[in-house]
Design a protein around this ligand. Sequence first.
Ligand code: CA
Length: 142
Amino acid sequence: MKCRQIRQGSKRRWLGPTLVTIGITLASAIAGAPPAHAAISDCYNKPAYGCWWSGANGTGDRYQIPITGGNKWCSINDLGTIGWNDRITSIYNNTRHDMYFFIRGGRVGDYYTLKGGHSVSDLNSTFDNKISSVVWYCESSV
Ligand SMILES: [Ca+2]
């Protein structure tokens, strides 16, 4: 009787952590996996002034800036209004002009400049997940 109790206890100590580990691994795989095709190049040849993503290298959620024309500077003063405050990590600029990403809302304070036709695969720690407003040039076509 004494020996049996010891064996059962021993089994629980080994199985418990194993099952917890398997559970965590499965949850991470399901929640964290981006679509296999996700990449910055997904925004090339799109009718868009550019794209940005919540993750590095064009992974995670994507926002595509719609073409509105007008040949004028355009902006989003508060990215929170479209659910993007403090989330941007990678960006592609599909215009021929610089694009400006500000840490604060209202296009003030420190900003990151992304040249026309360029991309950034992973913003540095000064700007990653800290962008709150953005300015770009609304060309008549891209
Ligand atoms: Ca992010």
